[in-house]
Design a protein around this ligand. Structure first.
Ligand SMILES: Cc1ncc(COP(=O)(O)O)c(C=O)c1O
Length: 378
């Protein structure tokens, strides 16, 4: 394999619920879930059953034709938007979902885009052009023209950056890759007002914050705001590759036949997995439990020496450390059998499966405190 991911320190061979097993037989509590992807953990019986049934019935049809799992999933996503005019485009990843949003915005007849500094929207050239992280962009210039980046959370800067030439504004409701950066309440509604003033589309990239992770279907719903486009991936397929671009109202009519497409997007097997994921989240009330666990983790860790702050919502949390030891701490946690991620030098990001149990949360808190103490004093 190419060296783009660096050298992995573990090889995993199996998983069950929130526990992964490596090729040496060691087990790990998975508090990263494929970076906010395995919402039902590993080998969930509902996903396994749905995928097995679907692959033995119909694995693939071209996008010249429809199939029941895709239609069902599209109608469920439409229902979540509360907009009977909303329409869905299925693809395979978050980057592709954002590429589709970009192409929708071009169909407004405008081409400028405003995104935020520190944001992450994917690695394909369009998505990378919108990504606000210089280290990821610079090796690949020239990128798309006409895209500017303003500080996240700053409505005045956004207001100055947009004009009647702006096709779209794209923002993550919580910046995940940047270290789980949560904006102040009112930011998302403020973006809506700014976009309305100039007639620009408002796009929420919910690739990391969608599908129940923050305690609601989409990561923006704690504010009463209606975007024009929402992008999803990661959690929606419960581990299978699936992305979705949902456009509301007028924006849903912008793409014309022949404008866009992908061979595997909305594949029956991935859609069957997604329908199973939505069933379990609804039936087991996993969005409610995400909120309960958020409070438990915040309460359990907030007064721990070495923890400066805990950001985020539901089960997407960034634990800000008092010193820049996040990488060392994540490695030590792995050694202690718990998978977390160092989003930056000072932030540990956790995004466990939504099916995580109270005792697994307790185990995480205890291990985190112990390992942080060792690393901090070591
Ligand atoms: C907010 C956000 N958008 C887009 C992406 C890109 O998704 P993918 O890796 O599936 O292309 C990510 C991935 O981390 C993400 O967090």
């Amino acid at each position: 394999m190419m060296t783009n991911y660096g050298t992995p320190s573990r090889t995993f061979v199996s998983g069950k619920g929130c526990v992964l097993t490596d090729d040496q037989g060691r087990t790990y509590l998975d508090f990263l879930a494929g970076i906010a992807t395995n919402v039902l953990g590993h080998a969930h019986p509902a996903v396994t059953k749905a995928v097995t049934k679907q692959i033995s019935t119909l694995a693939h049809v071209s996008n010249f034709f429809a199939h029941p799992q895709g239609l069902l999933l599209a109608s469920r996503l439409q229902k979540m938007t509360g907009d009977s005019n909303a329409r869905v485009f299925f693809c395979n990843s978050g980057a592709e979902a954002n590429e589709a949003a970009l192409k929708i915005s071009r169909r407004t007849g405008r081409s400028r885009i405003v995104a935020t500094q520190g944001s992450f929207h994917g690695r394909t050239m369009g998505a990378l052009s919108m990504t606000g992280q210089p280290s990821k962009r610079e090796p690949f210039t020239p990128l798309l023209k006409g895209i500017s980046h303003v500080p996240y959370g700053d409505l005045s800067a956004m207001s100055r950056a947009v004009s009647k030439k702006t096709a779209m504004v794209i923002v993550e409701p919580i910046m995940g890759e940047a270290g789980v950066i949560t904006p102040e309440d009112g930011y998302l509604a403020g973006l809506r007002a700014i976009c309305d003033r100039v007639g620009a589309l408002l796009v929420f990239d919910c690739v990391q914050t969608g599908i129940g992770r923050t305690g609601q279907w989409f990561g923006f719903e704690h504010e009463n705001v209606h975007p024009d486009v929402v992008t999803l991936a990661k959690g929606i397929g419960g581990g299978l590759p699936l992305g979705a671009t949902i456009a509301y109202g007028r924006a849903a009519q912008l793409l014309q036949p022949g404008d866009h497409g992908t061979t595997f997007g909305g594949n029956p097997v991935a859609c069957a997995a997604a329908n199973a994921v939505l069933d379990v989240i609804e039936n087991k009330k996993l969005m409610q439990s995400a909120k309960v666990f958020e409070r438990k983790i915040k309460k359990g860790l907030s007064s721990t020496p070495g923890v400066a702050d805990i950001r985020g919502r539901g089960l997407l949390l960034g634990i800000e450390l008092s010193s820049p030891i996040a990488k060392e701490l994540a490695n030590a946690m792995l050694g202690a059998g718990v998978i977390v991620n160092a989003a930056n030098e000072r932030t540990i990001r956790i995004a466990p499966p939504l099916i995580v149990t109270t005792s697994q949360i307790d185990k995480f808190i205890t291990t985190f405190k112990k390992v942080l103490k060792e690393v901090d004093h070591g």
